[in-house]
Ligand binder design. Structure first.
Ligand SMILES: CC(C)(COP(=O)(O)OP(=O)(O)OC[C@H]1O[C@@H](n2cnc3c(N)ncnc32)[C@H](O)[C@@H]1OP(=O)(O)O)[C@@H](O)C(=O)NCCC(=O)NCCS
Length: 187
């Protein structure tokens, strides 16, 4: 997973340095960040959980896939950009069925409203297409209109609600690699 630069941002792997861990703990200990994440949102309460999370992220690295820190060029931390395999819901899984690849974004509230999530995501999409990933999905809590706005800003197509992933109902968005013919409507 190589570092990615945009006009305003640098994306790079997380480390277990104290400043990275402090940022991760600070961001995920806020319910305004966590409220739409997962089936049973809960905030981090122990810094050890941040270290464990960064460890899990490191294990997701595979070519273009991985979890990147979004920072300014100066190095100020703004959030997290995820490109990873998305877990099927129990009733959608089948032996050998390859997972879809999802993109996701979590910004510190201090960084909301500046277009950083969309800018970071667009750059990571370009990495994904260059790596030959044919299609990317995003899922959001149905109430998460801010995240749905990011999906639309980066050109993702809204396919409506789905129960296919994470054992819950999400709004599904998708984008097909430009070489594969652009957005598709077969969700
Ligand atoms: C989802 C989340 C990343 C959205 O953050 P955001 O700051 O609204 O999204 P963007 O980075 O795309 O910013 C877009 C906003 O910045 C504004 N903006 C300002 N300067 C901009 C620029 N140069 N380029 C683009 N947009 C800009 C846009 O007008 C837009 O504002 P609006 O929503 O009021 O129209 C944020 O709410 C978050 O981290 N939430 C918690 C975690 C979460 O729920 N993640 C999603 C899980 S599915």
């Amino acid at each position: 997973m190589t570092p990615v630069q945009t006009a305003r941002l640098t994306l790079r792997p997380f480390t277990t340095d104290a400043d990275d861990l402090a940022f991760v703990f600070d961001m995920y200990s806020r319910m305004e960040v966590q409220r739409y994440l997962g089936r049973n949102p809960r905030v981090l309460t122990d810094p050890a959980e941040a270290r464990a999370l960064v460890g899990r992220w490191a294990s997701l690295e595979d070519g273009a896939l991985g979890v990147r820190a979004i920072t300014t060029h100066r190095g100020d931390r703004l959030g997290v950009l995820l490109l990873k395999r998305i877990p099927w819901s129990a009733d959608a899984a089948a032996p050998g069925k390859p997972e879809d690849i999802e993109i996701g974004w979590h910004l510190h509230p201090d960084a909301w409203g500046s277009g950083y999530a969309a800018e970071a995501a667009a750059a990571v999409l370009a990495e994904a297409w260059a790596a030959g990933i044919p299609r990317i999905v995003a899922v959001t809590n149905p109430a998460n209109v801010a995240s749905q706005g990011v999906c639309r800003r980066i050109g993702m197509r809204a396919l409506g609600p789905t129960d296919r992933y994470y054992d819950t109902t999400c709004e599904l968005f998708e984008l097909v690699a430009p070489a594969a013919g652009g957005a598709r409507a077969d969700g």
